[in-house]
Design a binder for this molecule. Structure first.
Ligand code: S3P
Length: 429
């Protein structure tokens, strides 16, 4: 696909699609609750539609009238044997959280996914689940999918230090703990996104959180709810960057999720000297509007506890750094190597192809700015966030064409990405 280049003055207001992490969890809790759950602003993108499909395959009545999703919950242990392999597509969140959910059901099921999923590490979930007494096995005794999970009815609580900063691992273990007999204690390496914990409370359950320690009791019951999902800050991130980088721009992103556990990019943009403002904050729903305008950026350092708060935004932050004065250092982000693709390698290879100066390290990137980006042929490697980052990079290419291979990957999290960009290119204040 030929990308849009040489953009001027992106102006206007857009509402980005619903948060991906919250959309997955709303289907899961809605299914495991009793009673009716209604979800509005659900993310109808490949990943979340795969989660929805799988819960239907496990006997949960779910309907979509185009506006809202309605779920008739079957209770914590009420899922039914799907009678076929559960295919999660490209979604790491779906496969990992499902492992925890299936660990305590009354049937055996196999989970698999696309070629990317089949290379992603699962021991981080399987090993602690086995400590809880779960029956879970990877393909030919490896840690890779297909994964077979055989539900047991006597999962044991554990005390567990999670060795990687991962909300997927934490959430999988919380789902298993909810079905265990007794209280499980989980200690996070770093604080990660807390949507599972928030949703447990929203659905009438109990969970104690004290800094990085989480305590959760087994055999809880949940009650169906009405959920309104805020926009995904990880999708808004691409237009935040576009607004900062394209001269003469001012963009308003409406009703974006602003959980403290997700707003690392806003802190980084401020540290880089970017013009960014948050308005109309809704404290209850943890959301608000983000307004950005063109800015001269300076380099920064990103590491430590900040990393999980912006893990999915690192590719687009790396692009910002190519246009910031000085050397930006990103470290402690080795998790990027096991995302949908190896994002450390993908970001440096593809942006360097367009003229950037980025050195990959074992756990991050060293980025020289400012560099002039030029035309070229690049690939998303089938990774949605790499694809969208490259389109934003192309916007500031003044000479030559930028051609993106595997552009269809954006539909994993943001099917209307190119439409929203067109709208911003056409709008005037
Ligand atoms: C997610 C957690 C993060 C994130 C992913 C969504 C979630 O993954 O990168 O896009 O919804 O829990 P890790 O848990 O592997 O860090």
């Amino acid at each position: 696909m030929k990308l849009k280049t040489n953009a001027h003055s992106l102006r206007g207001t857009i509402t980005v699609p619903g948060d991906k992490s919250i959309s997955h969890r709303s289907i899961m809790f809605g299914s495991l609750a009793t009673g009716t759950t209604e979800i509005s602003h659900f993310l109808r993108a490949d990943d979340c539609l795969d989660t929805l499909k799988l819960f239907k395959q496990m006997g949960v009545p779910i309907t979509d009238d185009g506006k809202k999703i309605t779920i008739e919950g079957v209770g914590l242990r009420g899922l039914k044997n799907p009678g076929k392999t559960l295919d999660v597509g490209n979604s790491g969140t779906t496969i990992r959280l499902l492992m925890g959910i299936l660990a305590g059901q009354s049937f055996s099921a196999t989970l698999t996914g696309d070629s990317s999923i089949q290379k992603r590490p699962m021991n981080r979930v399987m090993l602690p689940l086995k400590e809880m007494g779960a029956k879970v096995e990877g393909n030919q005794q490896s840690e890779f999918p297909p994964i077979q999970v055989t539900g047991v009815n006597d999962l044991q609580p554990i005390n567990y230090h999670i060795p990687v900063a991962s909300a997927q691992v934490k959430s999988a273990l919380i789902f298993a703990a909810l079905q265990a007999c007794g209280e499980t204690t989980l200690i996070e390496k770093e604080k990660t996104r807390n949507h599972t914990e928030v949703m447990i409370k929203q659905f009438g359950g109990n969970i104690e959180v004290e800094e990085k320690t989480i305590r959760v009791k087994g055999n809880q019951t949940f009650t169906g709810q009405s959920i309104s999902i805020p926009g995904d800050i990880s999708s808004a991130a691409f237009f935040i960057a576009a607004g900062l980088l394209v001269p003469g721009s001012q963009i308003t992103l409406k009703n974006v999720g602003l959980s403290e556990t997700r707003t690392g990019m806003i802190d980084v943009v401020k540290a880089m000297g970017g013009n960014i403002e948050i308005t109309e904050i809704d404290e209850l729903n943890e959301s608000g509007n983000i307004i950005v305008s063109s800015s001269q950026l300076v380099a920064t350092e990103i590491s430590g506890e900040l990393i999980p708060r912006l893990i999915d935004e690192i590719p687009i932050i790396a692009l910002l750094a190519t246009q910031a004065k000085g050397e930006t250092l990103i470290k402690d982000a080795e998790e990027l190597r096991v995302k949908e693709t190896d994002r450390i390698q993908a970001v440096s290879d593809e942006l360097n192809r367009l003229g950037a100066s980025i050195t990959p390290t074992a756990d991050g990137l060293v980025i020289q700015g400012e560099t002039k980006l030029t035309g070229g042929t690049v690939t998303s490697y089938g990774d949605h966030r790499i694809g969208m980052m490259l389109q934003i990079a192309a916007l500031i290419v003044k000479e030559g064409e930028v051609v993106l291979d595997k552009s269809e990957a954006v539909s994993v999290s943001y099917p209307t990405f190119f439409d929203d960009l067109n709208e911003l290119m056409e709008q005037t204040i």
